[in-house]
Design a protein around this ligand. Structure first.
Ligand code: NAD
Length: 331
C-alpha cells in the first residue's frame, strides 16, 4: 500500500496514531491524519501529511475524513488509563458514535480495508480474577462480561465491524491491543496509563529528592505491556493479513505492578518507599495476552522486552519533565 493510495488514520494526534503515521510515511504512504485535538496538541505532526481537525462523532465529519481513502485505520477514541475509564463511562461509551459513523463512511466511500483498534478490556472479568492469570485467548471475550463502559463499547464496535463485513462486504481487521506504552504519549493529567504514570512519579521523586511514591492498588495486580514499536508492527501485519476476526496484539511478558516499579527504579538508579493506595481504580486482577493465534496467522508476536521499552519511555518522560521544570524556573 504505497504511493498515491490514500491512507486515513483517525486519532492521528494521539499516541498510537502518531507512531503509526510515522511508520506509514517511512513506507511511502500518502496519509491523512484526523483528530479532534487542536493541531498544536498532537503528539506528532508531519508536514507531508494532510492533518485535519474534525470531531468524528459527527457523521458528516467521518464522511469528510474517509473521502478518497483506500484504507482507514480507526484509532480515535475518548479514552485513558484505568483512572479515566472507570470514572468516565459515558464518555468512553460515546466513542460508539465515532466507530459507527466511520464504518458507514468507509462503506459509502468504497474503502478497501478498515482497521479498528479494540482492546483487551473486552475480555470477560471472571477470566481475569487472579494475578497468576491464564493468558487470554480470543474466545475468552464470550460469554460477554467486558469492562463496563469502555470495554462494552469496544466489544460492540468489534461486532459492528464483523456485521459490516458480512452484510456490506467491507474488509475489516480488528486488533485487541493490550496496554501499549512508549515515548510521545500522555504521562500526566489523568488519562495516563500505568507505565507512564510510574515513570513520572519516579522522575519527580528523584528530581525533588522525595523518598516515596504512591502506587495504585497493592501492586500485586499483573499485566503485560507492549512497546509501541511492537504495537505498530502488529497493527501493520494484521492489516496486511487475511484474518478478519479480532486478534490479540499484546505482549505475553506478565509482570506485577511492583515488578514494573522495580524496572523503573533500576533504570532511574533509585529505590523508593511505596505507599499503596488501595482504593484507587486498578481494573482486573490479572491480564496477559495469549499469542497462539497471532503466531499462527501472522508468524509473529510482540517481542521487545519490557525493560528495553521502559528504558526508552523513562528517558523520554524524564527529559520532558526536566525541560518543563527548566522552563518554569526561567519563566
Ligand atoms: P490516545 O488518546 O493517545 O489517542 C486517541 C486519539 O483520538 C486522541 O488524540 C483523541 O484526541 C482522538 N479523539 C478522541 N475523540 C475524538 C473525536 N470525537 N474525533 C476525532 N478524534 C478523537 O490513545 P491511544 O493510546 O493512541 O489509543 C489509540 C486507540 O487504541 C484507541 O482506540 C484506544 O482505545 C486503543 N487502545 C489503546 C491502548 C493503549 O494501551 N494505548 C490499549 C487498547 C486499545
Amino acid at each position: 500500500m504505497l504511493g498515491d493510495d490514500l491512507v486515513v488514520v483517525t486519532g492521528g494526534g494521539g499516541f498510537i496514531g502518531g507512531h503509526l503515521i510515522a511508520d506509514l510515511r517511512r513506507r511511502g504512504a500518502r496519509v491523512r491524519a484526523v483528530d479532534i485535538k487542536p493541531l498544536d496538541e498532537w503528539w506528532q505532526r508531519f508536514a507531508d501529511v494532510e492533518n485535519v481537525r474534525l470531531d468524528l462523532r459527527e457523521r458528516e465529519a467521518c464522511a469528510a475524513a474517509a473521502r478518497g481513502a483506500r484504507q482507514v485505520f480507526n484509532l480515535a477514541a475518548d479514552m485513558g488509563g484505568m483512572g479515566f475509564i472507570e470514572t468516565h463511562r459515558a464518555e468512553c461509551s460515546l466513542s460508539v458514535l465515532i466507530n459507527t459513523h466511520m464504518l458507514l463512511a468507509a462503506r459509502d466511500q468504497g474503502v478497501e480495508r478498515y482497521f479498528f483498534a479494540s482492546s483487551a478490556c473486552v475480555y470477560a472479568a471472571e477470566k481475569q480474577s487472579v494475578a497468576a492469570v491464564t493468558p487470554l485467548r480470543e474466545s475468552d471475550a464470550y460469554p460477554a462480561q467486558p469492562e463496563d463502559g469502555y470495554g462494552w463499547e469496544k466489544l460492540f464496535s468489534e461486532r459492528l465491524c464483523r456485521h459490516f463485513t458480512e452484510d456490506f462486504g467491507l474488509a475489516t481487521r480488528v486488533a485487541r491491543l493490550h496496554n501499549v506504552y512508549g515515548p510521545l504519549s500522555t504521562y500526566d493529567g489523568g488519562r495516563e496509563k500505568a507505565p507512564a504514570a510510574i515513570c513520572r512519579k519516579v522522575v519527580i521523586a528523584a528530581m525533588r529528592g522525595e523518598r516515596d511514591i504512591e502506587i495504585w492498588g497493592d501492586g500485586e495486580q499483573t499485566r503485560s505491556f507492549m512497546f509501541i514499536d511492537d504495537g505498530v508492527e502488529g497493527i501493520r501485519r494484521l492489516m496486511d493479513g487475511d484474518v478478519s476476526t479480532p486478534m490479540n496484539v499484546g505482549s505475553a511478558e506478565l509482570v506485577s505492578i511492583n515488578d514494573l516499579v522495580d524496572i523503573v527504579e533500576e533504570i532511574a538508579g533509585v529505590r523508593l518507599r511505596r505507599r499503596y493506595h488501595l482504593d484507587a481504580p486498578v481494573g482486573v486482577r490479572g491480564r496477559s495476552s495469549d499469542n497462539t493465534l497471532i503466531r499462527k496467522e501472522l508468524g509473529w508476536a510482540p517481542e521487545i522486552p519490557l525493560a528495553e521499552g521502559m528504558e526508552q519511555t523513562y528517558r523520554w518522560i524524564h527529559d520532558r519533565i526536566h525541560a518543563c521544570e527548566r522552563a518554569r524556573v526561567t519563566a
